[in-house]
Design a protein around this ligand. Structure first.
Ligand code: AMP
Ligand code: ZN
Length: 112
């Protein structure tokens, strides 16, 4: 499958890994939008939020429960933002579900 994030999982493409276990991977975004900007992904290929099934509950729950630990390791003690873009209107550009973990600056609201 021609998926850049699957290639990163398989170590067939380079990345700067922030956290890894048997279920998920977090790596630094190539074009950071904040002083800390990592992408957290399930190792399993799931295209987007639209494709998450109840069979994925364990892996997605694991990912969510790991967010705070990854944030803590990255020094985000003042808080952070977790973003998941979905589909065309959501401006999703990579079709392997990923959560942007952004921090170390004051965020704005509403997003553009
Ligand atoms: P999205 O627009 O939500 O699909 O976000 C995709 C993100 O992946 C963007 O922030 C890109 O900068 C990032 N990205 C794309 N390719 C890579 C890569 N090979 N390594 C790290 N980040 C990447
Ligand atoms: Zn993939």
């Amino acid at each position: 499958m021609d998926c850049i994030f699957c290639k990163i999982v398989e170590k067939e493409a380079p990345s700067n890994i922030a956290y890894e276990d048997d279920k998920i991977l977090a790596f630094h975004d190539l074009q950071p939008q904040a002083p800390v900007h990592v992408l957290i992904i399930p190792k399993k290929h799931i295209s987007s939020l639209d494709e998450v099934s109840f069979d994925d509950a364990e892996i997605m729950g694991w990912l969510m429960a790991k967010v705070k630990d990854i944030a803590k390791d990255l020094g985000l003690e003042n808080g952070y933002r977790l973003v998941c873009n979905c589909g065309k209107d959501g401006l999703q550009t990579v079709n392997h579900i990923h959560f942007h973990l952004l921090g170390k600056r004051q965020m704005k609201w509403p997003p553009g």
